[in-house]
Each structure stands twice: as C-alpha cells, then as structure tokens.
Design a protein. Sequence first.
Length: 429
Amino acid sequence: MSVSCRNSIRAGGLLALMMGTVASGLAQDPVEVDLVIGRGWACVTETYRVECKRTETTLDLPIDDDAVSSSVSLRSPRREVDVHGWRLASSRSHRVEPPTILTLIPGDSIRPAAQGEARDRLLVDVSVRTPGTFDLVLSYLMTNWNWEASYQMSVRGEIRNPASPISIDLEGWVELNRMGSRSFLNAQVQVVGGETSEGVGANDQLGILNLDPFSPLSDLWRPEVAPPALEHAYPIPGVSTLLPGRKSLMQLVSARRVTGQRLYGITAPDIPSDIRGPGSPMTQYLLFRNDRAIAQGRSLPPGRSVIYLGALRSSIHQEGRIRHVASDAEIRVDMGPTQDLLIKRISLGDIQSAAGYYEARWALRIDNTFPVPVEVEVNEEPPVALAWTVSGSTESYALENQRILYRMTIPGKYMESVEYTVRYRLPEL
C-alpha cells in the first residue's frame, strides 16, 4: 500500500493563499500500526509506505481528532526522507464549534485553528534525494482512551471435598473505550497499567487542624500519599480493529480444564487470640500457574473476576478481583471460607531473657476436620507492638515483610499445634 504525494508549492504568496484549501492526495492505510494504551491516553505509532515521484512533495496523512499536537513526531527509519515541517488541516466540510482547537506549526507558536477547521489531516512537507518508495513513521499521543480487564472462571469438581479432583476454565478480555475520529485496522495493541496501593488514603483531607502548608512538620499530620503504582505492559494477542466512538472487546486468554490445586490460607488479622473460641475458618484457594498453556507466556493485567460453579455457568459462586499475574506466576482463586478447617492463636506467656530482652511464646492451633490431609498457609504476624525477631519455632518458616510464613500439610482429622517464640526489647527511657 502507498500514500499519494503532490508537488509542493514553493511560491510564497500562492502558498499562503492556498494553505487551507488546496486539495490533498488520498491517504491509504498504514502498513503497520502499534498502539500502547494507558489510563486516559494512547500512543500511536504508524508506518506508512510512501511513493514520492518528485524530490520535493507534500504527504497527506490521517490523524485523529484527539491527537496531542505537541507530541507529533515523524521520522524515516533509514534517513532517506527529510521532513521539513507539517501542519494540521481538514478534509471535512462540517463546522467545528467551540472550544477552540489549537494547531501546531513547526517553527512557530501554537495558534487557534480557524473556525470550521477539523484536526483530521496531517500535511507533511518532505524531500528525497531520488524519487521512489520509502517508509515514514508517524507517532503521536492521544487522549480519551481507557481500558478494563475482566475474567470469567468456571470451576469443575466438588468444591467442599478436598479429595475431589478439580479443574478450571478461564476466559479473559480487555475492553477498550475510546472516542476520536479514526479507525485503526490490524493494529498490534498492548495496554499499560498498574495496581493501586492498598491501605493508603488520598492526601486531600486536612481534618480539624489548620496546618501551615510551608511547615515541614505539617506533613506529619496529613494522610499518607499513595506511592505511584508499578506500571506493567500487557500485549494483546493477534491484531485488532478499533473503530471510533465504540467499545472494543479483545480476548486475553482462553483455557479449558486447567488442573488446579487446593490451598487453605489465612492472614494474621483474621486469626483470633481467644483460647475459649473454636477459631476462625480458613479460606480455600484454587491454585494454577500462568504458564504457556494459559496465556502463552504473557502477563495478565489486574481486573474484576466472576467465578462460576460448573461448566454451564448457571450459578455464580462469587465475584472478586485478580491482581497482576506475571508470566509463570501462581494464580489464586478465592473460593471462600470453610468451617472444616479452623485456626486460633493462644498466648503461652512472656519470660525475661538475658541482656534486657523479653521472649513471647505463641501457639497456632489448626483443627482439620476433613478426613484427608490438606495443605495450609498461615501468614502470621506476632501481636507484639515492638520490634521483634524469631528465636524459635516448631515448624519451618520463611520471613516476608516482617511476617512469619508457614506452609505445611495437616493430616486428616487432626489438631496441629505450631509454637513459635519471638524476642523483643523494651524501649529505654
């Protein structure tokens, strides 16, 4: 495919007279389109194969209404085409109402566009040493784009029976929502985004205090600002066609009968410290890996999820959210709590140790009423307000972010007791 060119007009007076009215050559589709789409924006990169019959020509390229003028960039990969300048023009006859549209002229300041001008054409003045066919890469930023990921999972097997084999059907999509005026055909698409930080509020509430914004001490009284989320890129398989002003649904993953494993877990805030109660139920998770059989080695973006029981999807078990899943990482499907596996924390007392240290002893009692062994994971945090270190444990563990992580197998119809000791020191006056 090629892009038509026309002779550029070099007579100064005539050029000024005909800048907005001269007829342009028809622009064909680009030979390659790459779209990187974030939250509220998109970066477009298009490769055009242009046929220049003269050494100095003006190319007529399409550009979207939502393009950011100051971001337009043109280049020749082999440096065969010299770009002298470009301007935004219109091929449409309807009038554009306020707000005013701004147009960028290279080497000049940004000026308001004349009323009735629509920003859907890009006229590019170029020169070549020898007439022929060349590649030209156009890139620019756009506004008014957004995307959202969603997943559906169908769980096959008996949920309440840990001895029953279990498998998962997984479907995932990305929904694009955009405005603009252009269609993008056979585009390579990847979306970019990250998870928001949990447990951190927005820094927009000052409370009842009248704070001096220039005082460094005022920051101690303000809510903590959420750190920027880590951005990830998620390629969409295949090519996509995106139409203006419409939503597009693109498939991320489709897998059938993926074998899952069961894991029962709980975190420290959900473990009661009460010797009299029966304990809290642990949560059942289904685990499977994001391997090449799932998403062909690609990462999966965060998004909402719906879990069905059975292949017919007639019964919604629950709704939730999948966080970012790296390639070959573990995917956990929350299947809810189970009353057949209870846990509680019991204090075994504090003793004074040597050199001014104290030691606190705790026991985790895990009651497995299932008739078969089950694998459990306990993310424990000792209820000690001071800095601590582990000085002993009856089970092997790992330390992650000041949490004691236990992962073990509990026999069927068995009460497991995991005891650990932490050492701490009282603050000095």
